[in-house]
Design a protein around this ligand. Structure first.
Ligand code: GLN
Length: 312
């Protein structure tokens, strides 16, 4: 389907999926997130020439939350290489909730199963280069801005403070990592958590999310800037994790029904890619039982089936 046809058809798809927001609930364990409009749904699709099709509510900006984990993983890989990163986190899906502690004692004690669960993403945050939490956060923001095509993304300080003040579970995960030396001697747990909460609190709109997704869709080559920003191998790793565990413990179902690499966040955002074709950004704050946007998933599922997006 051509971009102008897509632009024309998109509002109908969005309208047909809106109703599914009723089956979900806005996240409230981070109190600041509870303010989001639960019935909203919006999407932007971007192609290699930068043309976009958008429809629905902008509800803009929203915080990236777990979507940010894909890009901190890429930065950690660029900073340290594969070997060092995978000394700290594994390569396996868990089938558990994103903030689960259940499997942390299995296989190698304390080593998180993958970089997209909270424990793994906290370990990844500790690998970002920089002399201080502020310096690391600045590098993360600079990288995200580059990936978003020269954006000026910023951190939502209210969401950051709200999460930091209530993150008892993430704190316990991080101390557990420290106890097991996944976070080494020289690493201060609160410093790592501060970096993690800040990258989760980066604000974004669907257009910028689609732009970041486009970079992954073209294996780290930015088709608009005309240059390779991330090595292809690292994007390959990120895309594999997105398929295996990007939609938490609903990743298998999403892979079967929607069939494209994606990553969701607890604010209701979803970054999805149709490899070699589109970057997609979705927002729908009402979440289902497994933490994914109910309307957002329905929208991607119906579009993927109709437009033959499935990669398998
Ligand atoms: N910042 C959130 C947390 O750590 C991210 C989780 C998510 O988006 N699933 O709980």
């Amino acid at each position: 389907m051509k971009m102008d046809q897509l632009r024309e058809a998109l509002p109908q798809w969005v309208d047909a999926s809106r109703i599914f927001a009723k089956g979900g609930k806005v996240a409230s364990y981070i109190p600041e997130l509870a303010k989001a409009p639960g019935d909203s749904l919006g999407i932007t699709i971007m192609d290699a020439s930068g043309e976009t099709a958008s429809a629905g509510d902008k509800h803009c900006p929203f915080t990236m939350q777990s979507i940010s984990k894909v890009f901190t993983l890429l930065l950690a890989l660029m900073d340290n290489g594969e070997e060092e990163v995978f000394a700290k986190v594994g390569m396996e899906p868990t089938g558990d909730d994103f903030n689960s502690m259940l499997k942390l004692e299995l296989v190698e004690p304390g080593k998180p199963f993958n970089p997209l669960i909270n424990a793994g993403a906290i370990a990844v945050s500790s690998l970002i280069r920089g002399d201080s939490p502020a310096a690391k956060t600045e590098r993360i923001l600079a990288f995200f801005n580059e990936a978003a095509g020269g954006a000026s993304l910023a951190i939502n300080q209210d969401v950051f403070r709200s999460e930091s003040a209530t993150a008892h579970r993430n704190r316990s995960l991080a101390y557990f990592l420290k106890d097991n030396e996944v976070l080494g001697e020289d690493i201060d747990v609160e410093d790592v958590l501060s970096v993690y909460f800040q990258h989760c609190s980066i604000e974004i709109c669907c257009d910028q999310l689609a732009r970041m997704a486009l970079l992954l869709s073209f294996d780290g080559f930015d088709p608009l800037a005309g240059r390779q920003i991330v090595p292809k191998r690292y994007v390959q790793i990120a895309k594999t994790f997105m398929i295996m565990c990007g939609m938490y413990n609903a990743s298998g179902e999403f892979a079967i029904k929607v069939g494209i690499p994606a990553k969701s966040g607890v604010s209701g955002g979803i970054l999805a890619i149709v490899p070699g074709r589109y970057g997609i950004g979705v927002i729908g704050p009402a979440l289902g039982a497994k933490g994914n946007s109910t309307a957002g998933v329905h929208l991607l599922e119906s579009m993927s089936a109709a437009l033959d997006w499935r990669i398998f």
